[in-house]
Design a protein around this ligand. Structure first.
Ligand code: CAA
Length: 257
């Protein structure tokens, strides 16, 4: 792996992936995205991992898709390169995935953060979809996810002006879960990951899948899907353990079974 670093034992049941192309502000070239896809698949298959954190560095989460790699491409070249099939794989990550964002999260970087299930941001975070400024538009889900997250008016403003918003503003609009001083954001995200890692990993995956369905389907279908996954949790030992522990007033021991 050249452009990412993976620590599958960052904390108990928690893995960390760091985007590692600092000179280019973690611009997302094809190789980096391929490595990220492969790492997420591996961690998804690793039974010791329950929650995954994705981060960059203090200066940049990611400043977007790699403009230099795309600059001279034609529409047909882009179609053939089919970079978004990699994004589709990433979107299918089953385990809870939390973005820890400091500095720039722009274009594809903002879209990657939004592909995660939650976002913890530092006070220096800057979110934006500046593609309009380079004559294109968001291509990795920005128009859809940003609109769902912050509403039409603000999404239009960001997509049509390319303006950046701070972590604080992003939290006000409901895009991020929490904003903390820059020296605290990795601590904050690890606390959140730790809390989720104590839950039944089966229930967490099924719940994640069901919440995501609300974005992908209409309410009727979403409710049916949610109900089915809810029933399915009752086929796990973790459900028996969790409910028994509550009744017996003790801490549950989840085994992912
Ligand atoms: N692609 C390729 N290289 C990038 C990059 C990107 N998206 N963002 C930054 N870099 C490179 C710069 O070219 C520069 O490299 P050199 O030192 O070799 O010149 C290096 O990273 C540092 O960047 P700057 O000197 O520009 O740093 P800055 O602090 O002055 O500015 C910035 C920071 C405002 C983020 C600015 O770099 C910038 O505007 N970047 C582009 C942001 C953008 O437009 N992103 C959207 C990309 S398109 C997209 O993402 C499509 C999609 O939906 C999938």
């Amino acid at each position: 792996m050249e452009f990412i670093k993976v620590n599958s034992q960052f904390d108990k049941h928690v893995a960390l992936i760091e985007l590692n192309r600092p000179k280019e502000l973690n611009a997302l070239n094809l190789q980096l995205m391929g490595e990220l896809r492969d790492a997420l698949k591996e961690l998804d298959d690793d039974n010791s991992v329950r929650v995954i954190i994705l981060t960059g560095n203090e200066k940049a989460f990611a400043a977007g898709a790699d403009i230099k790699q795309m600059a001279d491409k034609s529409a047909i070249d882009m179609l053939k390169i089919d970079q978004f099939s990699t994004w589709d794989q990433i979107r299918k990550t089953k385990k809870p995935l939390i973005a820890a964002v400091s500095g720039f999260a722009l274009g594809g970087g903002c879209e990657l953060a939004m592909t995660c299930d939650m976002i913890i941001a530092s006070e220096t975070a800057k979110f934006g979809q500046p593609e309009i400024k380079i004559g294109v538009m968001p291509g990795a889900g920005g128009t859809q996810r940003l609109t769902k997250a912050i509403g039409k008016a603000k999404a239009m403003e960001l997509v049509l002006t390319g303006r950046f918003i701070s972590g604080q503003e992003a939290m006000g609009y409901g895009l991020v879960n929490k904003v903390v001083p820059v020296e605290m954001y990795m601590y904050e995200v690890s606390q959140l990951a730790k809390e989720i890692a104590q839950m039944s990993p089966i229930a967490a995956q099924l719940a994640k899948e069901a919440v995501n369905r609300s974005f992908e389907t209409h309410l009727d279908e979403g409710l049916t899907f949610e109900r089915k996954n809810f029933y399915l949790t009752f086929s796990s030992e973790d459900q028996k353990e969790g409910m028994a522990a509550f009744v017996e007033k003790r801490k549950p021991e989840y085994r992912g079974k």
